[in-house]
Write a new protein. Structure first.
Length: 96
């Protein structure tokens, strides 16, 4: 179990509030197990996501990883954000 999993599990058990990024969550919000609070807080925009890799002799597994990463992160709504109903409106991203 990693730190993110521990934070989510502890919050699910009702023992604490936690600050969790959308990437850390599965379907806990969609299923009603966790409820977003303090959604009016303006979050920092961390900008673009960059993958740095050698362009010569690219291994097939690296290319496949980059293809999957592009499918997930390169979508208009990333997979993790789509699991939280109203995510874009919640944090003002729909105005961008």
């Amino acid at each position: 179990m990693n730190e993110a999993e521990l934070l989510i599990k502890t919050a699910l058990n009702g023992r604490m509030l936690t600050a969790a990024t959308a990437q850390m969550l599965g379907d806990e919000v969609k299923n009603g197990e966790l409820t977003p609070i303090m959604t009016g807080i303006e979050l920092s925009n961390y900008g673009n996501f960059f993958a740095v890799y050698p362009h010569r002799d690219l291994a097939l597994k690296t290319q496949l990883f980059l293809d999957i990463l592009t499918d997930i992160v390169g979508a208009p709504t990333p997979v993790w954000a789509s699991k939280i109903p109203g995510f874009n409106k919640m944090y003002g991203f729909d105005e961008l």
